[in-house]
Design a protein around this ligand. Structure first.
Ligand code: CP
Length: 303
């Protein structure tokens, strides 16, 4: 039995298999509509979510399975003091697979250690978000036709952005990726993620100036400054609008730039850009359902 806690739990061959499977699901949805008949997914969300929870639920329904769970900690016995370990043991009695989001880093790992069914990390604090990374990799592959030979810009809150940490970790295993890290000084990529790039001798630059690096980017991965991770509201208010992507900022960008964002968006991408053919963030939303369908099939070992 396998869980997915960190994107590195999957090797690159397995990621390719998941991308191929997701593409086949997109092309032939009817082939998959009863694959999980009789199976149940539990969505245990101790932190707010729109995309991740709903895409997991849509994924299981489109595989012919059923869904149970809760969308806030206060609707579960965690509000009465139940531990993550006991919640996982309990949920394994009712479901065949669990997707868990939790504000505490490492909580899904604790759940996996105490569960008798596979556990998927649906985001743990400022740490990891491996299924968003699978979504991002599928989107990059569908937009660019490859996962190597790319210059990828990450912009915004690189300190607390778990989607950034997971995607950098994943892309560090592909050939000739150049990482361009754009953030305010206070929101720079944590050392433990940067150390991965250094240890592998991968090319990366850090800057505060988005406009100066825009022309070289194949992918621009925008992120939200995450209010919920700040200890001090003043710091959040000072940093929240550090980078706003307006149409004019794209004048020197490549014509085939892929603009990505894990969403939710607050203010960092102007809605006018939604009409630009380079905007991929709502394609990411849809891709998230298909890659999660592929992942559920893999972890449940459904042919
Ligand atoms: N991308 C993402 O995790 O979105 P939600 O917080 O809405 O699930």
């Amino acid at each position: 039995m396998r869980s997915l806690i960190d994107i590195l739990d999957l090797n690159t061959d397995e990621i390719s298999q998941l991308i191929d499977k997701a593409n086949d699901i997109i092309a032939n949805p009817a082939k998959y509509c009863e694959k999980c008949k009789g199976k149940k997914l539990a969505t245990l969300f101790f932190e707010p979510s729109t995309r991740t929870r709903l895409s997991f639920e849509a994924a299981m329904y489109e595989l012919g399975g059923n869904v149970l769970g809760f969308s806030a900690a206060q609707n579960s016995s965690a509000a009465k003091g139940e531990s993550v370990a006991d919640t996982a043991k309990t949920t394994s009695c009712y479901a065949d697979i669990i997707a868990m989001r939790h504000p505490k880093e490492g909580a899904p790992l604790v759940a996996a250690m105490n569960s008798s069914v596979p556990v998927i990390n649906a985001g743990d604090g400022g740490h990891n978000h491996p299924t968003q990374t699978l979504t991002d990799l599928l989107t990059i592959y569908r937009e660019k036709g490859r996962l190597d030979n790319l210059t990828v810009g990450f912009c915004g809150d690189l300190k607390f952005g778990r989607t950034v940490h997971s995607l950098i970790s994943a892309l560090s295993r592909y050939q000739n990726i150049k990482f361009v890290l754009v953030s305010p000084e206070e929101l720079k990529l944590p050392s433990y993620v940067k150390d991965v790039l250094k240890a592998k001798n991968l090319e990366f630059v850090q800057t505060t100036d988005l406009d100066s690096v825009m022309p070289e980017l194949d992918i621009l991965y925008m992120t939200r400054v995450q209010r919920e991770r700040f200890f001090n509201e003043e710091d959040y208010l000072r940093l929240k609008d550090s980078y706003i992507l307006y149409t004019e900022r794209l004048i020197n960008a490549k014509s085939d730039l892929a603009i990505m964002h894990p969403l939710p968006r607050v203010n960092e991408i102007s809605v006018a850009i939604d009409e630009d053919p380079r905007a991929c963030y709502f394609k990411q939303v849809l891709n998230g359902k298909f890659i999660r369908m592929a992942l559920i099939l893999m972890l449940l070992e459904v042919e």
